[in-house]
Design a protein around this ligand. Structure first.
Ligand SMILES: Nc1ncnc2c1ncn2[C@@H]1O[C@H](COP(=O)(O)OP(=O)(O)OP(=O)(O)O)[C@@H](O)[C@H]1O
Ligand SMILES: [Mg+2]
Length: 264
């Protein structure tokens, strides 16, 4: 199944998660099983409330499954792990710290001298195109720049896995396209495995090697789609449209209304 290049880095088996009590129970995830290989970019696509963030939180060890297992790099996930970082939509920057100090934040628990820490942070700021912005504060940055700082901070930890929860949703189209390209460029260099949660069909096709399409109530994976297109991809190419059509049909065939936010 799927990408044959790397070893299996994530194995999810029969994960279930519900919220609430006996009277009013929401089955956020039902019987989720999937495998992810080293170096893959995976998209989890689905409408609001289908359990995407819950799944990401369970993979990252921020939330516990009711049933089932997540194995990360051969070890059962029982809590957050240094080798896995989460990138949020709202950037998560500390407003009283400069760009540089925000990137250094994650490195402060490591055994690095202050100059090593600074050097590493500057390296990753350069990689995301913010080489000359290190002394600014978050309030002085655009949304796109803030998200770059978030990306630099995640990369500086040199994680094996980056979890991205709608990382570009707050950005305008141009910034979003630009950062998607940056992310691909960086990923081709660093080879970090990425799991991206999105409800943007184009973003999922543009970035990922495989897409898991979810449905809601209960949150389930109902299709896996391998995107067999070389990167960088051309959004206007007929093959790109072909994948859009497949996903469109998938939602159409599920006989539910297509949410406006899918933007087809
Ligand atoms: N802490 C919680 N307590 C109670 N219910 C929750 C909690 N977290 C999530 N849920 C419920 O679980 C379901 C899945 O939520 P989740 O946040 O994973 O969806 P999502 O796919 O990320 O949605 P969105 O695209 O809007 O971010 C929803 O019905 C939600 O209301
Ligand atoms: Mg969510």
């Amino acid at each position: 199944m799927g990408y044959m290049g790397g070893k299996r880095i994530i194995e999810i088996s029969n994960v279930n998660k519900s919220f609430g009590n006996q009277q009013k129970k929401t089955s956020a995830l039902e019987d989720i099983s999937l495998e992810i290989h080293e170096g893959e970019i995976i998209a989890i696509l689905g409408e609001s409330g289908c359990g995407k963030s819950t799944l990401l939180n369970i993979i990252g060890g921020f939330e516990e499954a009711d049933k089932g297992d997540v194995i990360f790099d051969g070890v059962r996930v029982a809590g957050p792990n240094r080798k896995c970082v989460m990138l949020f939509q709202d950037y998560g920057l500390l407003p009283w710290r400069t760009v540089l100090k925000n990137v250094e934040l994650g490195l402060e628990g490591l055994k690095l001298s202050s100059s090593e820490r600074r050097e590493k942070a500057l390296h990753y700021l350069q990689l995301v195109g913010l080489a000359n912005k290190e002394n600014l504060f978050p309030a002085e940055l655009s949304g796109g720049m803030k998200q770059r700082v978030g990306i630099a901070r995640a990369l500086a930890l040199q994680p094996e896995l980056i979890l991205l929860d709608e990382p570009f949703a707050a950005l305008d189209t141009f910034n979003r396209y630009h950062l998607q390209n940056e992310l691909l460029r960086i990923q081709s260099q660093e080879k970090t495995t990425m799991i991206l949660v999105t409800h943007d069909i184009d973003e999922a096709i543009y970035l990922s090697d495989r897409i898991f399409i979810m449905e809601a109530n209960p949150g389930r994976i109902f299709k896996e789609l391998k995107i067999d297109l070389a990167k960088p991809r051309d959004r206007s190419h007929s093959e790109f449209q072909y994948y859009r059509k497949i996903i469109f049909d998938v939602f159409h065939l599920s006989r539910r209304e297509i949410p406006i936010e899918f933007n087809i």
